[in-house]
Design a protein around this ligand. Structure first.
Ligand code: ZN
Length: 246
């Protein structure tokens, strides 16, 4: 069985300026995610950043990626439009995309969803958060209990300026009273997209075993996008067509 080729893409900017982030994620958020995904024998994982040649999003990398994981925040505007177009085209062709936390504001997420996907209310006040599983039979929720408990997370709240999702897997509650549809799937072209809210850079969410389980499950789910089919131009009918009286 061929392995799932996973690329973890990270802007890698907060790590350079905020020692709290580096303390939580000594190898960067991308290194942490690659680290726990590497434990799966069915995955072949690489990590890339905005500092790499072609912003870590070269044709060669993207043409050899089955599932792309995206974390961005400060650097959304720095990603070149031709790289965004390339990712967009790859998703149309069946590549999976997992957008984490503030990746909702990235160019690629907005382009694929067809809205700005911004407009989230947010607050950094160490809210406790419960990430409720609302579709327990969904493959992305496999192995979880009723909810994931996070001691601290950034509050993101409704209403979202996202288009209505195809599936809602999680809804998060925050200590300050807000809620958010926090685990969402979208089908675009031949590709599968999953958005997952936890993962503010100064909180240890990517070290949480359940969050890791969600991302691992999501890689396998997003890899199942259909492969592109060539349209047939004017094919012969599959059944005889009776002559019509004019
Ligand atoms: Zn954040």
């Amino acid at each position: 069985m061929s392995k799932i080729r996973v690329t973890v893409w990270h802007e890698n900017m907060h790590e350079k300026t905020d020692p709290r982030v580096l303390a939580l994620y000594p190898n960067g958020i991308h290194g942490t995610i690659k680290g726990f995904l590497d434990e799966n024998e069915d995955m072949e994982v690489r990590a890339c950043t905005l500092d790499d040649p072609d912003q870590g999003l070269s044709d060669e990398i993207l043409d050899n990626t089955d599932v792309l994981i995206w974390w961005g925040h400060m650097g959304h505007a720095l990603v070149n439009d031709d790289r965004v177009q390339k990712v967009y085209d790859r998703v149309q062709d069946g590549m999976g995309l997992i957008a984490l936390h503030s990746a909702h504001g990235s160019k690629i997420f907005a382009k694929l969803l067809g809205t700005r996907a911004w407009g989230i209310t947010w607050r950094e006040s160490d809210d406790r958060s419960l990430v409720w599983v609302v579709e327990p039979n969904h493959p992305i929720a496999a192995g979880l209990g009723r909810y994931i408990e996070l001691e601290k997370e950034e509050m993101y709240g409704e209403p979202l300026q996202f288009p209505r999702p195809d599936e809602i897997v999680f809804i998060s509650w925050f200590e300050g009273g807000e809620v958010m549809r926090s685990g969402l799937t979208y089908f675009r072209g031949n590709g599968r997209i999953f958005y997952f809210q936890p993962g503010h850079e100064t909180y240890p969410s990517y070290n949480n075993p359940d969050v890791r389980k969600v991302i691992t499950n999501a890689v396998r789910w997003a890899n199942a996008g259909t492969k592109p089919q060539q349209p047939l131009n004017c094919p012969p009918p599959v059944a005889p067509i009776a002559p019509k009286n004019k």
